[in-house]
Write a protein that binds this ligand. Structure first.
Ligand code: G1P
Length: 289
């Protein structure tokens, strides 16, 4: 039986330049979609999929993330004094237990592959998940859960995948497909951000991965790729001949919250998905059309 996925890595060291000035003093992962920061969606998704250890690879100026996953005594006391114990309970309900979260600093922003490599001591020798908080997925069954279920029937590396417009292949890691079974695709190669004319397909990697620990051996070579960065995609490409490799066209809708329009759309979609907001937001949207 495939080993249980207990640990997840959250690379949260990025600068968020596309959202300046909002991200000058605020980590981009703390930007809220409706009323919840992006990183909380990712952590809740991981917890719902059975993750027990959360490894954050952070950087300078990211303290707000640590504070978010900590108890705020002043806030709890004030809310308690105002008779809002219900809110205190809600605020604590989604927090992992003490000791379940580890923080390590990336120190040098050398790329996603480097960020994941920074988590190697905490992951050690077991398969693990990676979640990119920028990619928000609205789904009945959380995207990571879908990947984990798929991994248990077909163990190996598995990435969330989505068909993108051919002219957008240069924004993503792109899969070279060996066999396409509709939802599950077996993969014979990966390329980071290829131009349309060089792309092996238009099936893109979305920020959810289940990876075998051997990836760290490849990442430790610190080879640079697209954009001069140490790319996770390149390390994964080295594994296709030795490790079964799959892409899963997940069920759900993905929002690119690293992009302004994508972020705005996520806010709209998540608000429309909430019973307490749906009607008001529908009215609002109508008034703009
Ligand atoms: C990263 C990965 C890329 C993947 C993308 C998904 O790119 O390098 O392979 O397709 O996330 O969002 P980034 O968006 O950080 O440039």
């Amino acid at each position: 039986m495939a080993q249980k996925i207990r640990k997840a890595v959250f690379p949260v060291g990025g600068l968020g330049t596309r959202f300046l000035p909002a991200t000058k003093a605020l980590p981009k992962e703390m930007l809220p979609v409706v009323d919840k920061p992006l990183i909380q969606y990712a952590v809740e998704e991981a917890a719902a999929a059975g993750i027990e250890e959360f490894v954050f690879v952070t950087g300078r100026g990211k303290q707000a993330i640590e504070d978010h996953f900590d108890i705020s005594y002043e806030l709890d006391q004030t809310l308690g004094a105002r008779g809002r114990v219900d809110l205190v309970d809600t605020l604590r309900s989604w927090m992992p237990d003490p000791g379940q979260i580890t923080y390590t600093r990336q120190m040098d922003p050398l790329g996603l592959g480097h960020a994941v490599w920074c988590a190697r001591k905490y992951i050690d020798d077991e398969p693990f998940a990676v979640l990119l908080a920028d990619d928000l997925v609205l789904a009945d069954k959380p995207c990571l859960q879908q990947l984990i279920e798929s991994y248990h029937t077909k163990p190996g590396n598995i990435v969330a995948a989505m068909d993108v417009l051919p002219e957008h292949t240069d924004r993503y890691g792109i899969l070279d497909i060996e066999e396409d079974k509709g939802q599950l695709v077996s993969v014979k190669g990966l390329v980071e951000k290829p131009l349309r004319r060089n792309a092996p397909s238009n099936l893109a990697i979305i920020g959810r991965y289940i990876l075998m620990p051997e990836v760290f051996e490849h990442l430790s070579k610190k080879n640079t790729g697209a954009g001069g960065e140490i790319q996770l995609t390149d390390a994964l490409a080295k594994m296709v001949n030795s490790t079964p490799f799959y892409g899963l066209r997940f069920d759900g809708r993905r929002f690119d919250c690293g992009d302004k329009v994508g972020f705005l759309e996520a806010n709209l979609a998540f608000a429309l998905d909430r019973d307490d907001m749906k009607k008001a937001v529908e009215r609002l949207v109508k008034s703009y059309t």
